[in-house]
Ligand binder design. Sequence first.
Ligand SMILES: NC(=O)c1ccc[n+]([C@@H]2O[C@H](COP(=O)([O-])OP(=O)(O)OC[C@H]3O[C@@H](n4cnc5c(N)ncnc54)[C@H](OP(=O)(O)O)[C@@H]3O)[C@@H](O)[C@H]2O)c1
Length: 312
Amino acid sequence: MKHISLGGSELSASRIVLGCMRISQVDDAALSKHLNTALELGINTFDHADIYGKGECEEKFGKILNSELKREEIILQSKCGIRYGNTAGADIQYYDLSKEYIIDSVDGILQRLGTDYLDLLMLHRPDTLMEPEEIAEAFDRLEQSGKVRHFGLSNFNASQFDYVQKYSNHKLITNQVQFGPAEPNIVNSGMQSNTPFDGAVDRDGGLLDYARHNNVTLQAWSPFHYGYFGGIFIDDSKYRALNDKLEAIGQAHGVSKSAVAVAWILRHPANMQTIIGTTNTDRLKEIAQSDAVNLTKPEWYSIYEAAGHVIP
Ligand SMILES: NC(=O)c1ccc[n+]([C@@H]2O[C@H](COP(=O)([O-])OP(=O)(O)OC[C@H]3O[C@@H](n4cnc5c(N)ncnc54)[C@H](OP(=O)(O)O)[C@@H]3O)[C@@H](O)[C@H]2O)c1
């Protein structure tokens, strides 16, 4: 598995990241096999958030980390900033990027993971009530205490990213963003620029160009999804043309449709990582083969078009 430097830092991270959002349902033995297989495949980066499984995902991972894995051999990243309240039995969600909440959240993350540092902390979603001076102070405190080595953001548009960066002494090295063949919003607006097509709508303030210009590593989440967690496009009859295209290209390269879909993300010269969320170890091995596939430009564009996007 090829590795890249995260945002120009010393962190040498696998291009495929194993997302841990869905691991709370996996039993310990299967999870152990899954994580060890990921490492054997060269995947050294694991993505968490304090809200995944309401903390259970970090706890389960922490147990295996401390009994079987070598902390210094992996890159552990987590996120905070989404709060759950409890009103009339229902979870309500709001965002909190205050200094105190960020610092307290990291203590909870480290305790659940059973480690004394995170390689990378990201703020999960933009909080319109955020004050970048406070964020900067929180980052300073976390770095000085040795609890967090690097910082990034998640789901921030270009100008929000720039705004937070302006106040921070630490280079923000990553931004997580939804990206995959069915939801390629970050490339649409650039490619369909100056057209009347819907894809020309700029939903992220030119995030892709911003990231390339400023050497920020984009981490593509939910690569197999359509919509906002609408479902998986692999083998979905609504995406027949896309599936046929992935199948044909997969046969030419000797890999599965899922591997071609990830190769499509990895082919982009922005040097993104792909965060995959499978809990199925056979699927993990199959998807990891994408690292060896270098799609041609005609293949890349034909997948984009087969997913229903306009090439003006
Ligand atoms: N920053 C953010 O806001 C944000 C948001 C969402 C996710 N994330 C991160 O991104 C990671 C990945 O997200 P995700 O799990 O939604 O992404 P995903 O890899 O697109 O989806 C994985 C899910 O699809 C299922 N699946 C069914 N058929 C599949 C196939 N042929 N190939 C691959 N998967 C198939 C998997 O089931 P099996 O387990 O049975 O394989 C699993 O439930 C998360 O774990 C999290 O770390 C970040």
